[in-house]
Ligand binder design. Structure first.
Ligand code: GLU
Length: 506
């Protein structure tokens, strides 16, 4: 088998949507699985759509995700440059070669003429209102004009594009690794522009020439390119590169949570989940969109989740580290159907990674957050605290919300619990608890629990009826991690203080 060389080829028109990251990921996994190369190529031939900062964002995002290219923009390589605007001079000869061979032609139509053609075709209810083997006969191009006239116009500096001369009624076959054989009749297809009047190639020509020159073996890209694939197959043939035509795999869409249509940034904004791997600040509008990283996701969890959006290994295992993904991945197991995005599932993945982390590692992460609030916090029990908190949330950045009471005594008590549970009996029970806690020597969660229960029973109060009150006295909150462990971590003196303070305050 030919050396596997795949490329991720985004256009720097904005941040990378998670759908784009998944395309990059599948390329990466495929390359690594086959000991091949994963390239990053920037496709910026449409200079009008460039967005400042987008290229840098793409590079940073791939690095954060742990899927860096081993060749391409930012790393270099044998086939540099990897940015199409820097390769501008390469493409035109190929377009001209196609004209010379009779597979392409010059077209001089103004945008107004093209618009008029479209309007007329739509009015006539033509099924495919496009520049094609029928309509080109009525337009201003080197097929309708004499060769002297064509030459005259070009030499006179008239603007022109180069269009592919789509043949009539030919069957074009695309062998897709995911979808199998797709057959299209060429009469359905339009005469795509290959080279623009601004001196730049279009995507169709540029990516194909680059894939050829960069020895790309497999083109793995989004499903939206499937309709163009027959045109590309034809171009390989016309350029005499049939033998080295790459294999194709068109990836299914990532769908909205309800399954209706392609997932977009708007869905994320509407439903409250990130669409991009890293936070992005739009340079034009100044609008900021939070990324998965900043939302608190671990890159491994994000990647594991994305890998499963459209692929699965055919077993019940869901947690895969990068090496396991590489080993298990196969293009044939990528689904043809779109995959519904589920943010709850994404959070579940993060939780699995959170729980798998050692308390010690979590303590380091949490310490950064704590220090932003209380620089001189006492953290000798941070490991234990993290051990408790990780069972209750999916993100380290939520530890503070649910566990700040470990560092700051509660300022407020859950009103509902107080209303329901605070009465003469509970006061009696808490006073008894206070007394027995004071004489308790071994301060550990088992002893605390037993002592608490005996103290309540001594004054004929059921321990179950005051337990939640005790929790609220210690934490302010009606729910949270294991109560007796919280008490153990807080320490005897602090627990006694908190009970006393609460009794005085209520
Ligand atoms: N520049 C194209 C895009 O951004 C790449 C398509 C391809 O991979 O061929 O979608």
């Amino acid at each position: 088998m030919k050396r596997v060389r795949v490329r991720f080829a985004p256009s720097p028109t904005g941040p990378l949507h998670m759908g784009g990251v998944r395309t990059a990921l599948y390329n990466y996994l495929f390359a690594k699985k086959h000991g091949g190369d994963f390239l990053l190529r920037i496709e910026d031939t449409d200079q009008t759509r460039l967005v400042e900062g987008a290229e840098e964002y793409i590079i940073n995002a791939l690095n954060w995700c742990g899927i860096p290219p081993n060749e391409g923009v930012s790393v270099g390589g044998e086939f540099a440059p990897y940015k199409q605007s820097e390769r501008k001079y390469i493409y035109k000869p190929y377009a001209q070669e196609l004209v010379e061979k009779g597979f392409a032609y010059y077209a001089f139509d103004s945008s107004q003429a093209l618009e008029e053609m479209r309007t007329r075709l739509v009015a006539e209810k033509v099924l495919l209102p496009q520049y094609n083997h029928i309509t080109r006969k009525e337009m201003q191009n080197s097929l309708t004009l004499s060769s002297t006239e064509t030459k005259h116009r070009i030499e006179g500096g008239e603007q022109y594009v180069i269009r592919l001369k789509m043949p009539v009624n030919e069957e074009i076959k695309v062998n897709d690794l995911i979808r199998g054989e797709v057959v299209v009749n060429s009469s359905q297809l339009d005469d795509k522009v290959l080279f623009k009047s601004d001196g730049m190639p279009t995507y169709h020509l540029a990516h194909l020439v680059d894939d050829y020159l960069m020895n790309i073996s497999h083109v793995i890209r989004g499903e939206e390119w499937l309709p163009s694939a027959p045109t590309h197959i034809l171009l390989y043939k016309y350029l005499g590169w049939e033998e080295v035509t790459p294999e194709f795999a068109h990836l299914p869409l990532i769908l909205k949570p309800d399954g209706n249509g392609k997932l977009s940034k708007r869905d994320g904004d509407r439903l409250g989940f990130p669409s991009f791997p890293l936070t992005w600040k739009d340079p034009a509008s100044g609008e900021t969109s939070q990324g998965y990283k900043e939302r608190g996701f671990y890159p491994q969890a994000f990647i594991n989740m994305l890998a499963f959006l459209g692929w699965n290994p055919g077993t019940t295992q869901e947690i895969f580290n990068m090496q396991e993904l590489i080993d298990a991945f196969s293009i044939e197991q990528v689904s043809r159907r779109g995959a519904k995005f589920d943010f709850e599932k994404a959070k579940w993945y993060n939780q699995q990674y959170l729980r798998a982390r050692s308390n010690d590692e979590l303590a380091k992460e949490f310490l950064i957050i704590i220090c932003e609030r209380i620089p001189d916090a006492n953290h000798d029990k941070l490991d234990k605290i993290c051990g408790l908190l990780k069972e209750k949330t999916q993100f380290v950045n939520e530890f503070w919300n649910i566990g700040s009471f470990f560092f700051i005594a509660p300022q407020q008590y859950d009103a509902d619990t107080i209303k329901k549970k605070w009465n003469e009996n509970s006061l009696k029970a808490m006073n008894s608890v206070l007394e027995d806690f004071s004489s308790l020597v071994e301060w550990n969660h088992l002893q605390i629990e037993t002592t608490f229960k005996i103290a309540c029973e001594k004054v004929e109060v059921s321990p179950g009826s005051v337990q939640q009150l005790f929790r609220v006295f210690l934490t302010g909150l009606p729910g949270g991690p294991a109560l007796w462990e919280i008490a153990e971590i807080l320490g005897k003196e602090e627990v006694i203080n908190r009970i006393k303070t609460a009794i005085n305050l209520i």
